[in-house]
Design a protein around this ligand. Sequence first.
Ligand SMILES: [Zn+2]
Length: 283
Amino acid sequence: MFDLLPLDGDGRSCYPKDTDSRWESAEVLVVVKAAPQPSAAYGDTVCVAGIRMRESGPEWIRLYPIPFRSMEEYLQFTKYDLIRLQVKPASKDPRSESYIPDRSTIETVAHLDPWKPRHRYVSPLSSQWTMCGVLKAQRAGKDFPSLAVIRPREVRDFKLTLHPGWTLEQAQKLKVNLGQEDLFGDAPKVQLLEAPRFEGKYSYFCEDKTCKGHVQGLLDWELVALERRLKDRDDVTAMSEIRKKFFTEMCSADHRPLFFVGNQLKHPLAFSVIGVYRSQSQN
Ligand SMILES: [Zn+2]
């Protein structure tokens, strides 16, 4: 079915909110698995975002909420899986890209590995926006996307600091949600989401000629996963290993890195890097 969909179209890099509230089938290439965050409404949740194939070409979709119950559940499908599922527009979230997923319908169709087979999905969405352009559109009251592919002109640095722990507000959200049922009536396990060990922030220039630079946190599950693998190392060694992967390797100019960025519901101007893509590769 995926092969029948046109991928040569330009897609829609920004589109109006769909007001139809019925469930519909969607085919999605998962490209973002964000780190779990405390949420007041749904407990520990993760944001999964992907590229949805439609008649007009590829476009962004955010699948939220996906409750974070256990590591096993989150690992059920991985980045660059092609999945099919039922979705409907998230009526309480004004962002057009936000859809509620029916998790019980998720079916993994294929996995695209390594980079080349993914390009035809990502490429059509990679030239429409600069980070400055998104923020300018927003400040001018024009339509802007809440998910975008940004091509950094130069990635200056990736700085790591010790995570200060959840804020009081975040910790409260986690406690309030213990024992509550989720949207689908599943009782959650009693477990508190651990705060990450480190925070990582990219500083970069986008392709806008007037760009003065952006500093954005990295909210990618891969960062948390690597932290966990390095849990026995001291802070300095762990930070050095993490920086090597997320800056030296992934942001090497030879790889022509792209950033997937997304904003927050309550802070639309606050964009984070939610994934790093390698647009130049041999295979
Ligand atoms: Zn910029």
